[in-house]
Design a protein. Structure first.
Length: 169
């Protein structure tokens, strides 16, 4: 089935897709027109950079989307890998992390269109999850929306500190 013949989504799935697209746009807008050097500059006392936020959001979305399909095994990663989500590695540029983010978003969007939103998996053991908690695919996608929106706000602050550009205003 091609995009031209695919049924139009309505209701909850359409709302999830539209909300994800909106908050992704805000995040991508914060880095529009920047060089990799600008996007990796610290503009506050925080260690955060614009490119690091985009990379982290992409990796986090990929992990949660994988969790919606595979469960807890998708969340297993050494702490040093988590720390590397926030910085560009050798050969990475703003353009490569934006391309990664686009690929991750396309995969997530396909899952939003197709996965059983009521399917659920137990969360891994972690101090920030209630013991024995489970998450449905629906809650996973809502969490991705929240993560994206929160980090888009962080990015907006960093961009304003860099050159005065504001996402909204």
């Amino acid at each position: 089935m091609t995009a031209a013949t695919a049924p139009t989504l309505t209701g909850e799935r359409a709302d999830l897709l539209e909300t994800l697209a909106t908050h992704r746009w805000f995040l991508r807008h914060t880095v529009a027109g920047l060089t990799t050097e600008q996007a990796t500059r610290r503009t506050t006392v925080s260690e955060l950079t614009l490119a690091g936020i985009v990379k982290h959001v992409a990796m986090t979305e990929a992990s949660w989307a994988d969790f919606a399909v595979r469960g807890t095994a998708a969340m297993e990663q050494p702490p040093e890998e988590w720390a590397q989500q926030w910085v560009l590695g050798p050969g990475e540029t703003l353009e490569t992390v934006l391309a990664l983010y686009a690929d991750v978003a396309a995969r997530t969007d396909e899952l939003v269109r197709t996965v059983d939103l009521d399917s659920s998996h137990p969360l891994p053991e972690a101090p920030w999850f209630e013991p024995g908690a489970v998450r449905s695919a629906r809650r996973v996608f809502l969490h991705v929306v929240a993560e994206t929106a929160q980090h888009a706000g962080h990015a907006d602050i960093l961009r304003e500190a860099l050159d005065g550009q504001k996402t909204m205003g």
